[in-house]
Design a protein around this ligand. Structure first.
Ligand code: NAD
Length: 389
């Protein structure tokens, strides 16, 4: 843009699939993409309803000819333009990740996609295959990996400060599906309780995958098998709304994951606790600027974002000094900043710079294998069930 000097890096031109009027996460992606100036929203296929798509694009100030009635039309027309989009954000319901993700990867675009990776495991396997051979980068928005203190926690575990990990407790509790809100007009609830659109997992796919991705990111542990007890407490609901899952990791560590959307009083209560032979860590998404480190036999230590004693990985993704709260939007924007780093490296034929971290298609596939194993376990009276290789 005109405000940029001659040495400024040009923003990456971004298209969006989904995220029209009334949608939730699309608007978050637009904020996240803007925060560091690395992307510019240029085109969109915002809705399955062409009129709503058009109105959404107009509201966002896009040129009318860059607002499309379908993602397929956007891929085709943008590919033909000299100033066409370079990357696409996919923010549609779960069953509409696979089609656009594959189409845009095959057309040579970079893809930033919402979680869970797909609605069906077989689609995730296929998408991972396509992404591995694609020209573009694939980024999955498990956004909680963007928090500075989560980067710190990951480095502390990797550096052995907790010793060998024994116990992992991960939970993501919400209350917004406590009643049958899918029948009272919630756009977000309506598709989430439909197996055809959400996939085989309910709360498990929606928020259990976040908890699983986060614990994997921080601990580096490899999940071997699960024993899952999945419930649909709200009468008539066809997908799980409360999940208890025991976890066995390679090397002997054990874990417990609780995902619930029927726990009154919980908003976005994603929590992670990790305990090793030498100490523990505790972090909570609703207070993301604090991390407890509890070395065994010593005083507990409270690490603060931007505060004393943090390592380089946290500093790299810290935007403002400690004490000024950073939160969900900044963490989300960090995934976009990492995506921009990876995209520019790919375009220039360089390796991704050191320290740049983002969830990949393989992380998405692993989370889908986790969901699949939980469902198979639950159907077999919570029997211990290995992840499909
Ligand atoms: P939503 O229902 O609010 O929005 C979905 C949007 O997709 C709507 O604009 C809808 O019109 C559009 N859409 C549907 N079919 C389409 C089509 N064929 N072409 C173009 N657009 C189409 O849903 P949401 O809550 O925003 O969730 C969307 C996705 O984001 C889901 O996969 C969800 O799991 C994920 N999500 C992630 C986070 C996170 O923290 N990372 C949070 C919320 C949702």
């Amino acid at each position: 843009s005109a405000a940029q000097g001659p040495n400024a890096v040009r923003p990456i031109r971004l298209g969006m699939v989904g995220g029209g009027q009334g949608a939730f996460i699309g608007a978050v992606h637009r904020i996240a993409a803007r925060l560091d100036g690395a992307f510019q929203l240029t085109a969109g296929a915002f809705s399955s309803d062409p009129e709503r798509a058009r109105a959404s694009g107009a509201e966002l100030g896009l040129a009318p000819e860059r607002v499309y009635a379908s993602y397929a039309e956007m891929a085709e027309k943008e590919r033909a333009r000299a100033d066409g989009i370079e990357a696409v954000a996919i923010v549609t319901p779960n069953h509409l990740h696979f089609g656009p993700a594959r189409a845009f990867l095959e057309a040579g675009f970079h893809v930033i996609c919402e979680k869970p990776l797909t609605a069906r495991l077989e689609d995730a396997v296929e998408l991972a295959r396509v992404a591995a051979g694609a020209k573009g980068v694939f980024v999955l928005t498990h956004n909680y990996t963007g928090y500075p203190l989560i980067r710190e926690a990951r480095d502390m575990v990797a550096a052995g400060r907790l010793g060998r990990i024994r116990v992992v407790q991960a939970e993501y509790a919400q209350d917004w599906l406590t009643e049958a809100s899918e029948t009272t007009g919630s756009k977000q609830a309506e598709w989430r309780v439909d197996p055809d659109r959400a996939g085989a997992g309910g709360a498990l796919g929606d928020i259990g995958t976040h908890a699983f991705n986060l614990l994997s990111f921080v601990t580096g542990l490899t999940l071997d098998s699960v024993a899952a007890d999945l419930s649909a407490f709200v009468p008539g609901r066809r997908l799980d709304d409360n999940d208890h899952v025991m976890l066995r990791f390679a090397g002997g560590a054990k874990g417990l994951l609780w995902a619930s959307q029927v726990a009154p009083g919980n908003e976005n209560a994603l929590k992670l606790r990790v305990y090793g032979e030498k100490g523990g860590l505790e972090w909570s998404q609703e207070n993301p600027n604090q991390l407890w480190f509890t070395p065994f036999g010593e005083q507990k230590r409270l690490a603060t974002r931007g505060g004393a004693g943090l390592g380089a990985a946290a500093a790299r993704v810290t935007r403002i000094p400690g004490g000024h709260p950073e939160g969900y939007l900044e963490g989300f924007a960090t995934i976009y900043r990492e995506a921009a780093e990876a995209i520019r490296a790919r375009e220039e034929g360089r390796p991704v710079p050191d320290g740049v971290l983002f969830p990949t298609v393989e992380d998405g596939l692993l989370a889908m294998r986790f969901v699949d194993a939980c469902i198979r376990s639950a159907r077999d009276d919570s029997r211990w069930t290995p992840l499909q290789p």
